[in-house]
Ligand binder design. Structure first.
Ligand code: ZN
Length: 243
């Protein structure tokens, strides 16, 4: 059964700033979708905030195994009902990958229960990312460490609950460090936070960043077979609760 991946961005291609288009001519959604373009077992759809239902209607989420989220300036414009709908799907098993500045999105804050704030500066620091749990499926094919020539510095303290698994640490030439790749579970859903991806820097062209996102999508994706079993077992209770 193919993996159904939905990639969401706050901007449509038309809304994307020219400085972003210089690095990503097809926008961030296009760059992230390209990670999966040679994977015949993946069905990728892209969505953005300006579309109906914030780009994430019920039917699309119900058909999404993993949702990849990139947002920055428009967190406050995401309607609360969209946030609740995504949360509901995560709790029922949909995977969620939150990238870069999505750390302060309403959905990530809702699922973490904290502000998810961090320290940052934009000095185009070199970043070295250390893969500290090499046995984990998300780090398959990733060396002990790799470098990004320039990234926005995200530094501790990152106001998140202790992750289920801390998979990678970022170090910057400014001397800062950051928990750059973390996993969480909420309800039946798996959540991944991954730090690289400032919109005017080419991190989504880096082979290891792309590999991590590809691996993360497979790891976090909902298990449809398990889902069917769970739903048949718990569906009456869930329906009752809704009324
Ligand atoms: Zn940024």
């Amino acid at each position: 059964m193919p993996l159904h991946i939905t990639i969401w961005n706050e901007d449509s291609l038309q809304e994307t700033h020219e400085n972003v288009l210089k690095v990503y001519p097809k926008g961030l959604n296009g760059a992230l979708a390209a990670i999966f373009e040679d994977k015949s077992d993946c069905v990728v759809r892209t969505a953005c905030l300006c579309e109906q239902d914030g780009g994430l209607p019920e039917e699309l989420l119900a058909d999404t195994d993993v949702l990849i989220w990139w947002g920055h300036c428009k967190h406050g414009q995401v309607p609360d009902e969209v946030v609740s709908r995504v949360q509901d799907h995560v709790l029922r098993g949909m995977g969620l990958i939150v990238l870069h500045s999505g750390h302060e999105s309403k959905i990530f804050q809702r699922l973490m229960g904290t502000k998810c704030s961090l320290r940052w500066h934009e000095n185009n620091d070199k970043e070295r990312i250390f893969a500290i749990e090499p046995h984990h499926p998300i780090l398959r094919g990733i060396p002990a460490w790799f470098e990004l020539e320039a990234e926005e510095m995200y530094g501790e303290r990152f106001d998140i609950p202790a992750p289920d698994q801390l998979l990678a640490i970022g170090w910057y030439e400014s001397g800062d460090v950051f928990r750059s790749l973390c996993t969480f579970s909420r309800g039946y859903g798996k959540i991944v936070y991954f730090q690289p991806g400032h919109e005017t820097l080419p991190s989504y062209h880096n082979e290891y960043v792309k590999k991590i996102i590809g691996n993360a999508a497979r790891w976090a994706a909902r298990n449809r077979e398990l889902d069917r079993e769970l739903h048949s077992e718990f569906a009456p209770a869930l329906e009752e609760k809704k009324d």
